[in-house]
Design a protein around this ligand. Structure first.
Ligand code: GDP
Ligand code: MG
Length: 435
């Protein structure tokens, strides 16, 4: 390692505690990021004030700058604020579970009624979709179309009173063995009393297990007022945040959670029925913060942490001390990531090609077995391994001598490669280290 670099690392250590000016400076950046993400102004201010208080005086982690430390705290607090963990549908102890969808016109109620149905079906449930939107022209037909796509039956009674439709639908569900009833209610362009009255009546009469408010994430600031009104009048149980496939940064998620205190349970990420995801607070936090200057800060943090890990490995490699114990450690790391085929399969474009590829995870186990059959001295000094030792190791591990040879070659090649890198100038070293 170049002296310059190790000095830089030393400087970053023992940063002490976050000072007020550290925090205030970084927090300006954070507040900007929140506003850019369409977080409600008041919510952003409350949030940064709270986090500022918490952050001042905290220890700065080794290898982070104070600004990075603040962003790390902010990220954690944002995640916690949005619920921390994933939330699921609460099913009734006695079926059918009744889910009432509500929200403004165009927010995605009908689409998400079908998306939910599809998801529930894949979990072995038998949802019934109910057309309670009797106002919008073609609303019933729309539900029938998406219901058919989801493979779920649709209950409708034309333009009858929605309260009556809901009650009849629940009766129908009991008769036909549907264990979940999803009510697709009407929306309006704006909140109005008539609509709220109707929704309140449905709630009173059927007592839903879940009242899910569907909110269009693109509406930004408006989301707060909508969420507040619906929650005040209906006491919702959760939120579905839709259209996150757009270019919004999803600040609505934070505002809605802060104002209603209700969890975001799902998000919609496209027009197709499979575009429904369980809401992940940590991912949302990164998305809200994840742009512009703040993103750079977070990237720096990650690079620094990787750099530290790489530093340790690189040091060993450059001193040419790589031995079989290091190789064992690497195998362990690889195994932690899961089956190799699965990992490679996640790389776009590779998945299909791999379908018939012969990748045997046991190869790692075999290599490990060979190393475990070596003595500690042999692992540290492979040149000790002569022909008779090879035979002993092969017998001990149940592998062939050729395989022992191959493993020895592999380590040798790695050591050679390292020599090449260390032979080069400082730039070469650094690049090798970051690999
Ligand atoms: P409703 O009036 O609340 O029932 O809303 P709809 O379900 O009819 O949806 C209104 C429009 O938004 C339709 O064109 C949907 O295809 C579209 N939409 C719904 N959810 C999403 C989503 O998550 N992403 C995208 N891109 N479009 C969506
Ligand atoms: Mg609709």
């Amino acid at each position: 390692l170049s002296d310059k670099l190790s000095n830089a690392f030393k400087k970053l250590k023992n940063k002490g505690k976050l000072t007020e000016s550290d925090v205030k400076e970084a927090m300006r950046e954070v507040r900007l990021a929140l506003l850019e993400a369409d977080v409600n102004f008041k919510v952003a201010k409350n949030f940064t004030n709270k986090v500022t208080e918490r952050a001042i005086g905290q220890d700065v982690m080794e290898s982070l700058t104070p600004a990075q430390m603040v962003v790390k705290i902010v990220n954690e607090e944002l995640t916690a604020l949005m619920g921390g963990e994933e939330e699921k549908i609460k099913f009734a102890s006695k079926p059918p579970t009744v889910i009432m969808m509500c929200g403004l016109q165009g927010s995605g109620k009908t689409t998400h009624t079908a998306k939910l149905a599809k998801m529930l079906k894949s979990q072995g449930r038998r949802p019934l979709l109910v057309a309670c939107d009797i106002y919008r022209p073609a609303a019933i037909d729309q539900l029938k179309v998406v219901g058919a796509k989801a493979g779920a039956p649709v209950f409708e009674m034309g333009k009858k009173n929605p309260v009556k439709i809901a009650k009849e639908a629940i009766k129908h569900a009991k008769d036909y063995g549907n264990d979940v009833v999803i009510l697709d209610t009407a929306g309006r362009l704006h909140i109005d009393e008539e609509l709220m009255e109707e929704l309140k009546n449905i709630k009173k009469e059927v007592n839903p297990d879940e009242i899910l408010l569907v909110i269009d994430s693109m509406t930004g600031q408006d989301a707060v007022n909508v969420a507040k009104s619906f929650n005040d009048l209906l006491e919702i149980t959760g939120v579905i945040l839709t259209k996150l496939d757009g270019d919004t940064r999803g600040g609505a998620a934070l505002s809605v959670k802060e104002v209603t205190g209700k969890p975001i349970k799902f998000c919609g990420t496209g027009e197709k029925l499979e575009d429904l995801e369980v809401f992940h607070p940590d991912r949302m936090a990164s998305r809200i913060l994840g742009m512009g200057d703040v993103l750079t800060l977070i990237e720096d943090v990650e690079a620094k942490l990787d750099e530290k890990k790489a530093e340790a490995v690189a040091k060993k490699m450059m001193e040419n001390k790589m031995d079989f114990n290091d190789l064992l450690q690497q195998f362990e790391q690889i195994k932690k990531m899961g089956p190799i085929k699965g990992i490679l399969g996640k790389i776009p474009g590779l998945g299909k090609q791999l379908e018939n590829a012969d990748i045997d995870d046991r190869q790692i186990d075999w290599c490990e077995a060979i190393i475990y059959s070596m003595t500690q001295a042999e692992r540290e000094k492979p040149s000790l391994i002569n022909a008779s030792r090879k035979k002993r190791i092969a017998a001990g591990s149940g592998r062939k001598v050729e395989e022992v040879n191959r493993l020895l070659k592999q380590l040798e090649q790695m050591q050679k490669m390292m020599k090449q890198f260390t032979g080069k100038g400082k730039k070469g070293k650094r690049r090798a280290m970051m690999k």
